[in-house]
Design a protein around this ligand. Sequence first.
Ligand code: ADP
Length: 264
Amino acid sequence: MRPLILMKVGGSLITDKDNPEPTVNFKNLRRIVREVAEGYSPERMRLIFAHGAGSYGHQIVKRTGIHKGIKSGEQILAFAETQRLQNELNSIVTKELIKNGVPAMPIQCSCHTVMEKGELVEMHLETVRGYLEVGLVPVFFGVPAFDRFQKCSILSADKILAHIAREFRAEKVIHATDVDGVFDANPKEVEDAKLVKEMTSENFDEIIEKVGHSSSVDVTGGMFGKVREILASGVPTEIINGNREGYIKSALLGETGLGTRIIP
Ligand code: ADP
């Protein structure tokens, strides 16, 4: 069977993550989608794509507190509006993918996933397997999801990707974000932070202590959340800088060593 590749593009790349209003970075989105279309080949691979929420998600969630559970009527409306915003961004992303010839199929995880205190406990995946067989490219995105204990928690695209990687035994996982990989300090805040080329069981404990959250508004843990989910997935993953032109395409074509390689 053709190898399964998982690629996630961070909200930091496709939106203006610091903008208080939901704002798409169309210049970046269109270039990234072109690179995905050029790197994707249905003969060579099966592809699952995912994208983060950026300014379509983190601001409203932080403002309304729905990630900590639903306690008021106002929050019920915010729960619904947060999902609607994710669908709006996903519709923009999938429209660009389809325009470029990638058969993008939106997968709204809040319809078939159950959370418990912020942890994913059940996800129905038979349809996703079917879509892959049909030749579609399932497109996942972070969502506010039903939580058995607190009514709502946030199911981030990073968490979804880790789950899918594990369940589907993905060949390769690529995370594109707005920095070159995992550094020994937040590179947005520490000028001489050094890139860690490889994380293995040898240096995990030492590095993870130095990984922080996002420099932007972020309710899903920034780089720390990403690395934590990757470690839980057990699947080798590359974190690359999607702001560097050509990197997303090269990674899809099989190039390694473009950023940080994490081997759980
Ligand atoms: P995305 O929106 O692309 O998923 P995030 O904003 O969630 O990305 O995470 C990436 C951010 O994590 C970086 O922009 C950086 O500000 C922050 N970060 C914190 N600590 C580190 C670190 N040690 N190495 C790299 N990035 C870090």
